[in-house]
Ligand binder design. Sequence first.
Ligand code: CA
Length: 221
Amino acid sequence: MKIRHYPLLLGAVLLAFGSGAQALQISISPSSPLVNQGGNLSVAIVIAGLAPGGAPSLGSFDLNLSFDPAILGLDPADGNGDGVIDSVLLDPDGQLDTFAAGLNLVAAGITAIGTVNLFELSFDLPMVLNANQASSFTLATISFLAVAPGTSALGLGVLALSDELGRTLTATLSNASVSVSDTQVPIPSPLLLLLAGVGWPVARAFRECRARRWSNSRPDV
Ligand SMILES: [Ca+2]
């Protein structure tokens, strides 16, 4: 091989090894791009491009999801006080807790106006993560309420992303947006039942009144 070909070969080798570090993707996947005002919207944060059955695996993530709080509402309640607000579900498929030990460090909450932070640190052993973790899975789902018409951008920010040994991973990010229409969601069925309960006696009284009037207006035979 002539020496002038070496830089080309070296570049190809670097590209091949470097492509593994660039293969990770984190994307935002809304349950629908359009939701009616007053409706619910579920947003999934999905990672893809990990190595199935080997390294790298995901050992921890610390992400921010930004949204427009004038359009999308997020309930900050944390009923069980575990540091994860109830409108967020972290690692729903247990890919960072592959034996469901429940020991991982977790946190999720609103850290600024229009920003929800999502954090999890796995306590699984590196070999366990490498053997059991899928190559693509959902990091978190966030449940919003569509409070006003308009379009909200959904943006990702990575504070930290680490592999099974705590080494930094890099990922390409795919943001998204959702629109809220000014169409109101239908009245909930319990309210319809309540209205029906009010309406039935009124309708019956009207029919009885009409029947009495018709009876009184008939000529005697
Ligand atoms: Ca909670």
